[in-house]
Design a protein around this ligand. Structure first.
Ligand SMILES: Nc1ncnc2c1ncn2[C@@H]1O[C@H](COP(=O)(O)OP(=O)(O)OP(=O)(O)O)[C@@H](O)[C@H]1O
Ligand SMILES: [Mg+2]
Length: 454
């Protein structure tokens, strides 16, 4: 094999050094030098070969129109955008012990019923993988397992393989670089090798990626750029529910989420997710409001819980979970200025139930409703839902998917829904099934729900 020449390049200023240095002598930053392959010894001194022209018109390009393959888990297919695309690279990130290997073992076992699947386990021995498969009652007779950490050993194993699981990218290394497995250079080089194999041989790779303490994928950002799909597997460790979310998808919608439950028999897709994002006690205590949130192609009712407590410090605290910090500050300012709520003397805590992330503007009005409920100490009825975007002037703006949101509320047995007045036209047909309250200003919502004169 041709020996590669490597050098160390500073990620900040581009300084190069033949050996690793802890601190870059040019920009003075610590730990920024990463190993890179420069060129192989074969081509280093020799003449460059003339290159053949490869470009061709788009109309002349043909491809095998294969349908997407199902992973056997409907929620996983949904998040991928309707199934697995051949020759794609799927990165699955998540906290330790969240169930990444379990999910991919289940998928690999399903796929091995129809095609050849290789499980490249760098973290666990073959017997440990077998033990898990047995616990999950998987009939995975055709699944090939290899316990190896060197990615260069992968190529000969891939004959006839359609799907390959790499567990995990941080545990594998290439002999071309001398740095340790998991280092920036190694992760980048191994990912680039996998991409070359995936695109040239049409093999689909599922790659497990570890996350840092802050929750981002460990390794270089380029890892996410190389991938076709980047998925995050999240959930509270003590709770059994898990959420799978796409943060990048070249073949589907990124706002799609999948809901799973971790059981003794493995990971099971949750289709009736009504109980996951709503609490049993809602409607009894002040501070909670329900909003039909649109995630990808689906609409789910999600509860927002808030707590306002008199601040004991000079500056009140704002603690959002699952909601953007700046968005919360903005809504508090609107409630203070436009509706006269004295929230500046209170610490505010907001939480979207079930680990849900509510990024769409349509959830604004429900956050305001929950905050007002906590402020007035008056609970909102259990079967009332609220949605709408809130503007800085305190007006409630129209939102998309209005009809779907109302339909979801009707399906879930809700009795009343407060929505933007400008959306009213599209939902009049539901008027006999649910009480619809059009809202023009945040104030109107507060008056309707809490009967105050604010
Ligand atoms: N016998 C069991 N019954 C129920 N749940 C189990 C059992 N054994 C393991 N688990 C669950 O499986 C989880 C571990 O799953 P898995 O090994 O797939 O996680 P992982 O994300 O791959 O972890 P790592 O990052 O360490 O590789 C545990 O946290 C536990 O919740
Ligand atoms: Mg694992």
């Amino acid at each position: 094999m041709a020996k590669s020449i490597t050098q160390f390049v500073c990620a900040e200023c581009g300084f190069t050094s033949p050996k690793w240095l802890g601190r870059c002598p040019t920009c003075g930053k610590f730990n920024t030098l990463a190993e890179e392959i420069v060129k192989s010894a074969e081509t280093a001194g020799g003449e460059r070969k003339p290159r053949a022209k490869k470009s061709k018109p788009l109309s002349e390009i043909t491809f095998e129109n294969r349908n997407r393959t199902s992973s056997g888990i409907s929620e996983f297919d949904n998040v991928l955008g309707g199934g697995i695309v051949a020759g794609s690279l799927v990165l699955l990130g998540g906290d330790p012990g969240i169930g990444k290997s379990t999910l991919l073992t289940q998928i690999a076992a399903h796929l091995s019923e129809t095609g050849k699947v290789l499980y490249f386990s760098a973290e666990e021995s073959c017997s440990q993988v077998k033990m898990r498969a047995q616990r999950l009652h998987l009939n995975s007779g055709n699944m090939l397992i290899v316990n190896e950490t060197c990615i260069d050993e992968l190529e000969p194993e891939l004959d006839g393989v359609e799907f390959c699981v790499i567990d995990s990218i941080q545990a594998v290394y290439t002999e071309d670089l001398s740095s340790a497995a998991g280092s920036v250079g190694q992760v980048r080089e191994c990912a680039a090798k996998l991409m070359r194999i995936a695109k040239s041989r049409g093999i689909t790779f599922f790659i497990v990626g570890h996350v840092t303490k802050e929750g981002a994928l460990a390794g270089p950002k380029v890892l996410e750029h190389i991938m076709d799909t980047v998925l995050y597997f999240e959930g509270e460790n003590q709770e059994n529910f898990r959420i799978l979310r796409a943060v990048k998808n070249r073949f589907g919608n990124v706002s799609e989420v999948g809901v799973f439950e971790m059981t003794g028999e493995g990971i099971v897709a949750v289709t009736d997710y009504s109980g996951v994002f709503l609490s049993e006690s809602r409607g009894e205590e002040p501070g909670s409001a329900v909003t039909p949130a649109q995630t990808g192609a689906r609409c789910m009712n999600v509860e927002i819980q808030t707590l306002v407590a008199k601040t004991s410090f000079g500056q009140p605290r704002r603690m959002p979970l699952g909601i953007d910090y700046n968005k919360l500050n903005l809504l508090i300012a609107v409630l203070e200025k436009r509706c006269g709520l004295g929230l500046n003397a209170y610490d505010v805590y907001v939480n979207a139930m079930g680990g849900m992330k509510l990024n769409e503007p349509a959830c604004d009005l429900a956050i305001c409703a929950a905050l007002s409920s906590a402020y007035f100490g008056k609970p909102i009825d259990k079967y009332t839902a609220v949605f709408g975007e809130v503007g800085l002037t305190g007006e409630v703006r129209a939102v998309s998917y209005c009809e779907k949101r109302v339909a979801e509320c009707v399906k879930m047995g809700f009795k009343k829904v407060l929505l933007p007045a400008k959306n009213m036209k599209s939902v009049v047909k539901y008027a006999d099934k649910i009480s619809i309250v059009p809202v023009l200003y945040v104030n109107t919502m507060i008056k309707n729900l809490f009967k105050t004169e604010n």
